[in-house]
Design a protein around this ligand. Sequence first.
Ligand SMILES: CC(C)(COP(=O)(O)OP(=O)(O)OC[C@H]1O[C@@H](n2cnc3c(N)ncnc32)[C@H](O)[C@@H]1OP(=O)(O)O)[C@@H](O)C(=O)NCCC(=O)NCCS
Length: 190
Amino acid sequence: MIDRPRFLVRAVAAEELSGRLLEQVLWVFGGALGFPLRHGRVNSFADTLRRHAAYGGFDAFGAFNVPRNRLVGFTYGYSSQPGLWWREQVAAPLTASQREEWFGDAFELAELHVHPSAQGNRLGSELHDRLIANQPQRTALLSVMHRSERARQLYASRGWECLIAELRFPTEPQTPFSLLGLRLQKKQAQ
Ligand SMILES: CC(C)(COP(=O)(O)OP(=O)(O)OC[C@H]1O[C@@H](n2cnc3c(N)ncnc32)[C@H](O)[C@@H]1OP(=O)(O)O)[C@@H](O)C(=O)NCCC(=O)NCCS
């Protein structure tokens, strides 16, 4: 009999993700994006995560392997607020009416990563769906790298719309991203 890997997806508190689980988060983040563990980009993500964990509306889910209970994937986001760095970057090229429509009452999906050793088990899909189902806002927003083919497929199949086909961040000018937006069903139905 083939012993298939088993996984558990559950909500994780901000303090857990940025505290007890931080080393495992960095292992997943570095592995998913192809950086060695002590790479500067991985170290700086620890500071980013601690900062994000304090934002209003922060919500996170983790995927764990069973029975080792080691983190193999995570996702998180928070309520979009005027003045937050990412929002100022991505909203600038939009018209005033697009900004109101998409950023008036929005959730920012900041991170979604599954370690390569666990990819292809639908964990990315489940993490995404559980996080999004939990949000009370009217819309959700994220930026995705052009080269993240699997992530783009995941978002396209879940109704995310492309709002800006190509944008670049001053921190990473060599990397093209797209801005995607999703209308959240609960608010649409009201
Ligand atoms: C994107 C990511 C989170 C997906 O996690 P995963 O657990 O491997 O994904 P799933 O098994 O749930 O599959 C997700 C989708 O990718 C598709 N997919 C699977 N393997 C694929 C492949 N080799 N190439 C393209 N798409 C693929 C699946 O069919 C599924 O699409 P569907 O929902 O239309 O059926 C993961 O691959 C990852 O961490 N990638 C690197 C980091 C990254 O790009 N993060 C996103 C930042 S915005």
